[in-house]
Design a protein. Structure first.
Length: 287
């Protein structure tokens, strides 16, 4: 059998790769193609009916801007905080404890984090009780069931993911490069700007893209901690409404395709900007 396959130019590595190819086709390519074709089969019979309906209804197409209004600030803040924290953690003798603590929100999941936020940040939560008890506030702070509830939830669940990716890039830079800059008289900010930033930029762009895609697909937080009929009616909520409240799976597929197109467009634009800003290796490896 092996000899027959060898005559046809099929080796063992190719045979091992075949299950992975079928796995990708079954879980990613087929569902995408099925949803794409389904989006062009609306109830009214016109090929582009779903897309025309989406972009002609402000209640639908406004969900793109509402989602971007949440996803972009969250991604920027998570990335801005993850860089200095990662630079500090790499100097620690035993950073495993801190990284383990930061992984907890990822293991809990979005729903459990949202439940915890309802207990802590709700009108009768521990935070508001403490503020009222110590006279620091005259009325409970509205931190949930609005924009800020979803914002805080995405920061809590998204920062560990962004931090761990950033830490992997930071620790991959050879410390000798910074030491050489210090020996040549470069200050801390100059070493960060002219040594670390160019080496980190490709990795930070990838981290930004992955974090943005994760934040853009927000759904549980927008429903549990936001106002899904108002400011936090994100595009995923619109797709859910079309599929499971209106039972219009074709329209839901069209919204999902629009959602994917927006994500791919922004990611492609960021990677294009990266190619214009810096061309070089992704980092200076240790050893």
């Amino acid at each position: 059998m092996r000899q027959a396959l060898a005559r046809k130019g099929i080796d063992g590595v190719t045979l091992l790769a075949l299950p992975a190819v079928f796995f990708v086709i079954a879980l990613f390519i087929y569902p995408f193609l099925y949803g794409l074709f389904l989006s062009f089969a609306p109830k009214d019979g016109s090929t582009l009916g779903n897309y025309i309906k989406f972009f002609s209804d402000p209640f639908l197409y406004d969900t793109i801007w509402k989602t971007l209004l949440i996803a972009l600030p969250v991604t920027i803040i998570n990335l801005a905080f993850s860089v200095p924290v990662a630079l500090r953690v790499r100097l620690m003798v035993k950073p495993k404890l801190l990284t383990t603590i930061l992984v907890i929100p990822i293991t809990l999941g979005t729903v459990l984090v949202a439940e915890g936020m309802l207990n802590y940040f709700g009108p009768r939560g521990w935070l508001n009780r403490a503020l009222l008890e110590f006279g620091l506030s005259d009325a409970p702070l509205h931190l949930i069931h609005n924009y800020w509830g979803v914002f805080l939830s995405l920061v809590i669940t998204g920062f560990p993911f962004t931090f761990l990716l950033t830490l992997s890039y930071v620790t991959g830079i050879d410390p000798a490069l910074e030491q050489a800059g210090a020996m040549l008289g470069a200050r801390g900010w100059e070493r960060f700007r002219f040594i670390l930033v160019p080496l980190l930029l490709p990795g930070l762009m990838i981290t930004f893209c992955l974090s943005f895609v994760q934040a853009f697909s927000v759904f549980p937080s927008a429903v549990l901690l936001g106002a899904p009929a108002g400011i936090t009616r994100v595009i995923s909520v619109a797709a859910y409404t079309a599929a499971f409240e209106e039972y219009d799976y074709s329209m839901a597929s069209a919204i999902a395709m629009i959602m994917a197109t927006v994500q791919v467009g922004i990611v492609a634009a960021l990677l294009g900007v990266q190619s214009l800003l810096y061309r070089g290796p992704a980092g200076g490896g240790k050893g």
